[in-house]
Design a protein around this ligand. Structure first.
Ligand SMILES: C=CC1=C(C)c2cc3[nH]c(cc4nc(cc5[nH]c(cc1n2)c(C)c5CCC(=O)O)C(CCC(=O)O)=C4C)c(C)c3C=C
Ligand code: FE2
Length: 430
């Protein structure tokens, strides 16, 4: 059965369920939302379980164009996964390109675009009728799963444009001035093997298997053209759409309210073509830092000191001296070296999309190997991210409990039109 038919079968199931239960799809969706995740309903005769997140969400329908509730459109003016509400899981991978011809690079980006468009719709990748004497194109672990808001976001690192002085793909002339590695910071303890990368893929989903499946299949189809340099998984969770908490127990992401929608996105996140290359218009620059958090030390620290470190109350997330999380910040009420005071006083705004990570126990120390896989999007690495990081590295109280172990920057091109491919604008007039 073709992919198309498999999917249509699902929606026919829903129609049958709607008829037999007398519950409208809209009501089912509400029930599903109230239950937290997909609601399992027994279907008479079929004994099947149906995830209600697969139902078309009529509330999102525009005219006849119905958008399924848990699908984030892949095509658009901007890449999904930047302004998209943060999903619960990330699988992030950085690759080094081993192909050496521009035509091979373009072919890779075209294949990745096709695969990504299919996976974000919840479809399988590759050939529809695989030869049984060959390994199947799709690895299969996401069969039947909803895409759970899967987004796949691509970024190009400085080394894609020029590596060891070599302009491998004849695109060095297109490298944005912005796209430079973050300069060495005095407190850095960076590991080269988990830093940098020619191309990155950020796959985020509300299902961890779906996110991992996306990266695995993109890696697999690119065998011979890329090698994976490193991969990082992460997670977050919060009740009722509240700001999620990091592994130090503090709400993390409060200030994103200024950058995650509307005017804030245009002002601070999307690249414009004034002063930068036109191929990046509508794209964004991504900064990545893997930051180890020493939870054992933190957990022995008094609540007063923890709150003084962030400059916010632990329970409510309110700035010190205020009552509620989103109350405005009075800088003079926060300790001079608190994280919020230092970051806020720069006047710089960025869109943070960080995830907690855990790699179990560090066998060398017996301590948790945990922390924050910090990702931020901004219009400018040079004018926003680097000055902010410099300020924090100088005197942030948080530095006593953290260590930066990896670093990378990527230029995430604008969104893709149907029929186009990721980064297509980069190759114009070459
Ligand atoms: C260079 C940028 C930043 C790094 C690196 C960073 C690391 C980091 N942050 C937390 C936890 C919190 N950060 C908070 C606020 C905050 N952090 C940054 C930037 C970096 N953080 C900014 C720009 C801001 C917002 C400042 C403002 O204008 O108010 C907060 C407070 C709540 C919030 O607004 O999110 C927390 C908590 C950790 C644990 C961490 C490294 C491990
Ligand atoms: Fe922070």
């Amino acid at each position: 059965m073709s992919k198309h038919h498999e999917k249509r079968g699902h929606h026919e199931d829903m129609e049958e369920l709607e008829k037999s239960s007398g519950i409208s799809r809209r009501e089912m969706l509400k029930m599903s939302a109230a239950a937290g995740t997909g609601l399992a309903i027994g279907m008479s005769g079929m004994g099947a379980l149906v995830s209600l997140t697969d139902v078309y969400d009529h509330s999102k329908a525009a005219g006849d164009h119905k958008v399924p509730a848990d699908i984030v459109p892949f095509y658009g003016r901007n890449q999904a996964g930047i302004a998209t509400a943060q999903q619960q899981y990330i699988c992030f991978a950085a690759f080094d390109v081993t192909a050496s011809k521009r035509s091979d690079l373009k072919a890779l980006l075209k294949t990745w675009t096709k695969y990504s468009a299919d996976m974000t719709k919840g479809e399988t990748v590759g050939e529809k009728h695989p030869n049984v004497y060959m390994p199947p194109d799709d690895t299969g672990e996401a069969f039947g799963l909803s895409p759970s808001n899967l987004t796949i976001t691509f970024g190009f690192g400085p080394t894609l444009f020029k590596k060891d002085g070599v302009d491998r793909f004849g695109i060095a002339v297109k490298q944005p001035d912005e796209l430079v590695p973050i300069p060495h910071m005095p407190r850095d303890e960076l590991q080269k093997e988990i830093s940098g990368g020619d191309i990155c893929i950020q796959a985020c989903s509300d299902d961890p298997i779906v996110a991992m499946h996306a990266v695995r299949n993109l890696m697999r189809v690119a065998t011979g053209s890329v090698i994976m340099r490193y991969m990082q998984e992460g997670f977050l969770s919060s009740p009722n759409g509240e700001t999620p908490r990091n592994l130090f127990g503090f709400k993390d992401g409060t200030a994103n309210k200024d950058t995650q929608a509307g005017v804030g996105l245009n002002k601070y996140v999307w690249a414009s073509d004034s002063g930068g290359p036109s191929w990046m218009k509508g794209g964004s620059y991504m900064a990545v830092r893997k930051i180890r958090m020493f939870t054992e030390v933190w957990d022995r620290t008094s609540l007063k000191e923890q709150e003084a470190t962030f400059g916010r109350e632990k329970k409510s997330g309110a700035p010190l001296g205020k009552a509620h999380e989103f109350d405005s910040i009075s800088l003079n009420k926060l300790p001079a070296h608190s994280h919020t005071r230092l970051a806020h006083s720069t006047g710089i705004k960025i869109l943070r999309r960080a995830y907690s990570y855990s790699s179990g126990l560090d066998p060398r120390t017996g301590y948790f190997d945990t922390g924050l896989f910090f990702i931020s999007f901004q219009q400018s690495i040079k004018m926003q991210f680097i000055p902010m990081l410099k300020k924090l590295q100088q005197s942030d109280k948080l530095n006593e409990y953290t260590s930066h172990i990896s670093s990378a920057v990527f230029a995430c091109p604008p969104g893709i039109k149907k029929g186009g491919y990721i980064g297509q604008q980069l190759f114009h007039s070459l």
